[in-house]
Design a protein around this ligand. Structure first.
Ligand code: UFG
Length: 363
């Protein structure tokens, strides 16, 4: 029986607010569990470990000194969800991270993405409704904006046709949530549109754990610096940007995690005007690929071998967030700099390599 694998038998009941985190052992999920526990929430994690490691649970507990309830289950499994909600009738909210996220793979295997990401949300909402759980936060993405005509991208910038099934699942899921909440006014939800989350918890105990060769910039940089790849390929230097390389709004994953706690409190305190809201989560600053490399070299003292190659198909030229809404309505603002992000990502990579890319403390 894998249920409650991670809770101590001596656990005492308390009046802490309990939240369910789907995908809680993943990159953003694990950092959010830490933030929630640090802010006094009790956490139930459901994750099928399809792209994460159960040892993350011990790492979270090492950081916060608190245990999580853990269920190794697929959120498409309605019976599993029913069971979790009936065992934890005091859950006040759900933060929904569990999804596939590889853009290229989604082009190759669209049904895998449509099935998992969309059925996952639908089954979660149905079970939340029958268990009368009133609050949900959904992990959306700046990918819904495509290449905006005007920058920074505000929450009112048009949602452009998605260029991948992955991106399409984010758009569809936002619509599902909006439609569902329109006719369920007693329930509340928020979609958080993440820009480019990078970095790791400063202690180096949790971070991003890409399976196979990473597609994203930051893990490719750190893996190249540690010697796993000969060089970084910089995709294009002929963009209409100051140094010719593409611009993104990188955000420290710890800032992003804390934004979830702030958003959660806004839901629980009934402080939002509408029962469905959308917020960008970024720093508001755009950095080019070359600027990220420069920050990495400066903070770590490691020289990064790289080469300019062709543009990567599907990439946008530049995007960064307007952070006004999250700032004014939620009172949230990112705190960490690009240097904090690149240094923490490097410390995490070094910790991983010391463990030969496996955890030594599997649950
Ligand atoms: N890049 C490189 N070399 C690499 C990897 C990336 O030059 O090896 C560049 C990209 O071309 C881009 C920037 O680094 O200019 C950032 O690339 P990432 O892959 O890290 O991030 P993206 O902005 O492409 O992807 C992010 C999210 C996706 C989302 C996508 C939508 O990771 O989930 O935005 O644009 F779908």
């Amino acid at each position: 029986d894998h249920r409650d694998l991670h809770s101590f038998p001596t656990r005492r009941s308390s009046d802490l607010m309990k939240v369910l985190i789907t995908g809680g052992t993943g990159f953003i999920g694990s950092h959010t569990v830490v933030s929630l526990q640090e802010q006094g929430f009790e956490v139930v994690i459901v994750d099928n470990l399809s792209n994460s490691d159960s040892a993350v649970l011990n790492r979270i507990a090492k950081i916060t000194g608190k245990e999580s309830y853990f269920y190794c289950e697929d959120i498409c499994n309605r019976d599993a969800l029913k069971n979790i909600f009936s065992e934890h009738q005091d859950i006040v909210a759900v933060i929904h991270f569990a999804a596939f996220k590889a853009v290229g793979e989604s082009v190759e295997q669209p049904l895998k993405y449509y099935h998992n990401n969309i059925t996952g949300l639908v089954s979660l909402l149905e079970e939340m409704k029958s268990a009368r759980i009133p609050n949900i936060i959904f992990s959306s993405s700046a990918t819904v904006y495509g290449q905006p005509e005007n920058l920074p991208a505000t929450e009112d910038s048009p949602v452009l046709p998605a260029t991948s099934p992955y991106g399409n699942t984010k758009q569809i899921n936002e619509q599902i949530l909006r439609d569902f909440l329109l006719v369920n006014q007693d329930l509340k939800g928020i979609s958080l549109r993440y820009f480019n989350p990078i970095g790791a918890h400063p202690g180096g105990l949790i971070g991003e754990l890409p399976i196979g060769t990473p597609n994203n910039l930051m893990p490719f940089i750190t893996q190249t610096a540690i010697g796993k790849h000969a060089e970084l390929k910089v995709f294009g230097n002929d963009y209409n940007t100051p140094d010719g390389t593409a611009i993104r709004d990188y955000i420290h994953v710890v800032d992003l995690a804390e934004a979830h706690v702030v958003a959660m409190n806004a839901l629980l305190n009934n402080s939002l005007k509408e029962n469905y809201s959308v917020f960008n989560l970024g720093t508001g600053n755009g950095f080019s690929v070359l600027e990220v490399i420069q920050s990495f070299e400066k903070t770590t003292g490691v020289k990064l071998p790289y080469r300019i190659v062709e543009r990567r198909p599907g990439d946008v030229e530049q995007i960064y967030a307007s952070t006004k809404l999250a700032n004014e309505v939620l009172g949230w603002k990112a705190k960490y700099s690009l240097d904090d992000m690149t240094l923490s990502a490097w410390n995490w990579e070094k910790r991983l390599s010391e463990q030969h890319f496996s955890y030594d403390d599997k649950v």
